[in-house]
Design a protein around this ligand. Structure first.
Ligand SMILES: Cc1cc2nc3c(=O)[nH]c(=O)nc-3n(C[C@H](O)[C@H](O)[C@H](O)COP(=O)(O)O)c2cc1C
Length: 335
């Protein structure tokens, strides 16, 4: 049997293979962030696909932390009955599922969110380098920053209550936790800005608050933005050394899973498996934490090569799986 179909156990949860469905925002929910029949229809093929683990698209932890109007939310207890329906889709198929929790900070993509003079907030009042809206965010106050970990923790409690196997904290693609990590968007001069241990402080505070609420038995993953530039570009902003430092810190904090992608550069690159060179170096720093490499993995050969070379423990597959829900079965037949 190839490494691709070798099981892996994380916190007592058995992943039957090393293929992870990467989170893909579906924009199928109501304007109040509730899953709909379209959401269930969207996720049924993923739940039935045979992946070892599914990470479900980003859910806002607070209405002010939305990227778009039609974004799933985990911000209030009212969502629970609806979320139970989505979670049970996965449990009934025997597919472990994590739900991704996010705060967009200053990266909003939907003009409709700017109604009534509302302005998003980020670490510093600086225009987001990836935003295509001309929005000048406000800088978060110290009190506002200290309320953020609890928002993630409350959302995580709901996610576990709904029946998911755990949560993934979104700290990449230039959203709020990525904004703190990046010197491009974080110009703070307090204990949240400056050297990497300060820029990463909020990520650890969120992790610790979530752990406190969900306990030791529940899986916590972090999707970490490894750098602000792709591996084939000149470094600028957050560097891979920053990500290595964060991964090293997490190795002594009991993190269960590290899902690796880009920060300000987003998730897209060129060719195949564009983040693999970064994944190798971050995995070295992450100690025994299992690592997911995602981004441009489209074939069984590429996936297996990454696993065989020890660049990652799991492969995240987004668009290839979305366009072909039979992908896992096809890869299995090719063994
Ligand atoms: C339409 C779309 C929506 C996405 N939504 C999310 C998301 O909610 N959370 C996240 O972390 N990444 C999101 N991503 C990034 C994917 O998880 C993945 O990292 C990216 O698509 C690269 O992998 P791929 O080449 O296998 O698709 C999204 C990507 C696309 C194309």
């Amino acid at each position: 049997m190839s490494l691709l179909f070798e099981p892996l156990e994380i916190k007592g949860i058995r992943l039957k293979n090393r293929i992870v469905a990467a989170p893909i925002a579906s924009m199928t929910c109501t304007k109040t962030g509730l899953p709909t029949a379209d959401t269930l229809e969207n996720y049924m093929p993923i739940a039935e696909s045979g992946v070892g683990l599914a990470v479900i698209e980003h859910h806002a932890v607070h209405p002010d932390g939305r990227v778009r109007v039609r974004q799933l939310m985990m911000d209030r207890d009212d969502v629970l009955p609806y979320q139970k329906g989505l979670a049970s889709l996965f449990s009934s198929c025997g597919t472990p599922a994590l739900v991704q929790l996010n705060h967009a900070g200053s990266l909003i993509m939907d003009e409709d969110l700017l109604e009534n003079g509302w302005a998003p907030k980020g670490p510093s009042p600086i225009r987001h380098p990836r935003s295509n809206l001309y929005v000048m965010p406000m800088g978060l106050s110290s009190d506002e920053i200290s309320s953020l970990p609890q928002l993630f923790a409350d959302a995580a409690r709901r996610a576990v209550g709904a029946g998911y196997s755990g949560v993934e904290i979104h700290a990449c693609h230039g959203y709020l936790l990525g904004q703190f990590l990046s010197p491009m968007t974080n110009l703070r001069s307090d204990s949240y800005g400056g050297e990497v241990k300060n820029r990463a402080r909020l990520i650890f505070e969120v992790h610790d608050a979530v752990r406190h609420v969900v306990g030791d038995e529940t899986v916590i993953a972090v999707r970490l933005g490894m750098a602000d530039t792709l591996p084939d570009r000149d470094p600028c902003g957050q560097t891979i050394d920053d990500a290595r430092w964060v991964a090293g810190e997490f190795s002594s904090r009991g993190l269960d899973l590290l899902d690796l992608s880009g920060n300000m550069c987003g998730y897209d690159g060129h060719g195949e498996a564009w983040f693999a060179p970064y994944c190798r170096t971050v995995k070295d720093a992450a100690g025994s934490i299992p690592v997911i490499c995602a981004g441009g993995i489209k074939t069984a050969e590429t996936a297996l090569r990454l696993l065989d070379r020890g660049e990652c423990d799991l492969v995240g597959v987004g668009r290839a799986l979305k366009s072909d829900p039979n992908l896992v079965r096809t890869w299995k037949e090719q063994e």
